[in-house]
Design a protein around this ligand. Sequence first.
Ligand code: ADP
Length: 367
Amino acid sequence: MSHELRTPLNAILGFAQLLHRDRKEPLSGRHKERVGQLLTGGQHLLRLIDDILDLSRIEAGAVSIYPEPVSIREVLDELTRTLEPMAEDHGIHVKVDSLPPQVATVAGDRTRFAQILMNFGSNAIKYNRPAGSVVITVSTPRPDRVRVAVNDTGIGIPADKQQKLFQPFQRAGQELGPIQGTGIGLVITKRLAELMGGDVGFRSVWGEGSEFWVDMPLHSSTAHSAPRPSPGDADADRVTLQGRRLVLYVEDNPANVAFMQDLVSSLENVDVLTAPTAEMGVELARTRHPDVVVMDINLPGMSGTEALHALRAAPETKGIPVIALTAAASERDKARGIQAGFYRYLTKPVKVDEFVTALEALFAPAA
Ligand code: ADP
């Protein structure tokens, strides 16, 4: 389902991004604005699809929770870093109140715990007032529980709309307003918190602000969770591409192939070679030695993951980095992909900047 819904969006969002950033034939101001509308609409549709699929997976009992000791400090650091660009855009000040030292770790699934706080945090920014603020606090309402609360100075929620919050598609009066949303985020946060043995709650005063919190079981040991690998050295240094490079793109969907050819032609000194099946891709990799293989996973015949194994097994191709570019976008798919040995696991619809950054990192002289 995810694949069926994301594939056409890949062409829509992909080409819209290319038009928007085209330097050779720049769009006129009016056209750029319209393409901007296409992007906004497409991204909204993508969020809606992701949220609906995530919720239906949770409701079907198909979401696995991997409990581990999770360092609150690390998750909050990551959260504030992720929220920073959005907060800046909206002119909102975000701060974490000092953490009590005894609440170092909770027991939960780190990704899902972070997802809950991300939803609270982005709502607190979105539904705030100009030059407002967001304050995150940590407390222990019970000896075995930790509460992380996100407070805002926003518009608040009318009392008569509060009862239906945490129900799917309920936007508490925002459905006619200018702030985009799906009305699914809070439902997901509640289900996820419950799956981890926790809970969520809120209080809100119309016109004054809101506080949303999640209560999580305290982890019995005070051990810190293992630091995660940072989300890519790719972001560290932007570099100019040097020398000619060859990208082999293995993809069966003609619109995606056309998109990639268009994208690569906007980069300097990079050529692209395409193969519609994994079998042909493996063969081309052997004979043409590309600098990188970009691999769809869901292919007719041999899958992208099988092709990765075949490339790794042959001495002449085993050193070629392989980037997965796929519509299989769940956290589980990503974890499996990285475990299988993909250099990066990128999802469709392609984020052009993310993709270009991954290529630049690979083509950097030191790489
Ligand atoms: P949405 O995608 O609409 O933001 P959510 O499920 O995250 O969906 O939230 C549901 C509704 O709850 C929102 O549409 C909004 O009306 C209200 N809401 C959530 N968080 C806040 C907040 N911090 N301040 C005011 N209203 C909020």
